[in-house]
Design a protein around this ligand. Structure first.
Ligand SMILES: [Zn+2]
Length: 426
């Protein structure tokens, strides 16, 4: 009897949690862009989220299904609730450079980082809540603000779009996942080369499953955002350039980590163009890149490994996947505490393995699985991942999320990406 009651409660709970929000009932076909400042002190829970500006633009390119759900937990969440009824009407999860900085650097000074989220424009007053989690998945900052859709100070974005062209159109281009590819460090005279690089990036993504079989569900739009200088900034060589998004290598002093802190300028360059996900190509032969879930992928277009690195980084920014590689030397050791199950689908500390790929494990697979048996076990529990040699496990010995020589995502990453594609469209 107890089980029956529990089961009944579960059904009621899930019915309350997911109301199948009707897009047109709550939202206009337009976009509200909200710029935030995340700021705080590294290695602490002292952090804050502040609103910087609100913008609106015609048409909404984001999802119209699963509005009140999250595909994964993320390092942070945005929740919009209808002010009158209190109903949850939109949710999104994300990660941020700010949170990486909080966990992994020893900088004492207080620092501020730009972040931007696009949400559908509500028809009526709505609250937006932002919460940021620490590496133990506990909330460390939250803020709530009211959005009044008729507020005259929401800035209308109506400038002429930058030159752009569709590299690839999905089958029903009105109902696709829109990915923009921006140029960073390309001068006006180098735009033809940029379009070729963008084309190559798209071919590389579609050469990986499950993107290949889902090609009809994506639009890829290359945007010719010009820079004054050619190339990007490389601090370790003392080279600084004036570029569209002011990106640089050596983020947090990691030489190959290429990011931009000018997130608002990235979104400014996209006014008038429909987009949900962002890839930025840097015009350099240096090796490196970065990918932040639901923020952007940034990678270098002239390095010989461009074709696979762009897919790896897109695995972070679109697929919400973790790095499956690890360092013998103990770098980034605080990202994944071993007594906490990470939320990413492709690594586990085995604290809650059933929430990961336990259902995909062959019955007789030894745990931990030896890399010597990698040919026998396409899926197992291989020790090492999430930057740590011990205590974090990956699903396969090799994967696009581990190295540049493997030709494919492992089966668990493929499933995670497929789930993300379905979440956007089904
Ligand atoms: Zn994988």
């Amino acid at each position: 009897m107890k089980h029956i009651i529990t089961f009944a409660l579960l059904i009621i709970t899930s019915a309350v949690a997911y109301a199948n929000i009707d897009f047109d009932q709550y939202f206009c076909d337009s976009t509200l862009r909200i710029d935030y400042v995340f700021e705080g002190v590294a290695k602490s829970d002292d952090c804050e989220v502040s609103v910087r500006a609100l913008h609106k633009s015609p048409t909404w390119a984001g999802r119209r299904v699963n509005l009140d759900r999250l595909p994964v937990e993320g390092n942070g969440q945005l929740v919009m609730t209808d002010a009158a009824s209190g109903d949850t009407i939109y949710m999104a999860s994300f990660s941020s450079l700010f949170q990486e900085w909080m966990v992994e650097t020893d900088t004492v000074a207080r620092r501020a980082f730009e972040n931007t989220f696009q949400v559908p424009m509500p028809r009526r007053n709505a609250y937006v809540d932002i919460k940021l989690m620490n590496n133990r998945r506990n909330v460390m900052a939250r803020t709530r603000h009211l959005v009044n859709p008729s507020d005259i100070l929401i800035k209308k974005q109506c400038s002429t779009p930058l030159p752009h062209k569709y590299i690839h159109r999905g089958a029903d281009d009105k109902n696709c996942i829109d990915v923009v590819i921006l140029a960073e460090g390309y001068t006006q005279d180098e735009m033809e080369e940029f379009y070729q690089h963008a084309q190559y990036a798209v071919e590389s993504i579609f050469a990986h499953e499950p993107f290949g079989t889902n090609r009809d569900k994506f639009n890829f739009i290359a945007v010719a955002s010009p820079s004054r200088d050619s190339g990007v900034s490389i601090p370790r060589l003392g080279e600084w350039r004036s570029t569209a998004f002011g990106s640089n290598f050596s983020t947090f002093y990691a030489d190959r980590y290429l990011t931009t802190s000018n997130v608002w300028s990235v979104h400014d360059a996209l006014v008038g163009i429909p987009y949900e996900h962002i890839i930025i190509l840097a015009n350099t032969e240096e090796y490196g890149g970065g990918g932040i879930y639901n923020s952007y992928t940034l990678t270098t277009a002239k390095h010989p490994t461009f074709d696979v690195v762009v897919v790896h980084e897109f695995g972070h920014s679109f697929g919400a996947l973790a790095d499956e590689y690890f360092y013998e030397g103990g770098v980034l050791v605080d990202t994944y505490p071993l007594d906490i199950e990470p939320w990413e689908q492709n690594i586990t500390t085995r604290v809650d393995f059933n929430s990961k790929w336990a259902d995909m494990m062959p019955k007789d697979v030894p745990v931990p699985t030896s890399p010597d048996d990698a040919d026998r076990y396409a899926v197992g529990l291989y020790e090492g991942g999430g930057y740590l040699v011990r205590g974090v496990y990956r699903p396969a010995d090799e994967c696009r999320m581990r190295n540049n020589v493997t030709p494919a995502f492992c089966p668990v990453c493929q499933r995670a990406i497929q789930r993300m594609i379905d979440f956007h469209l089904k």
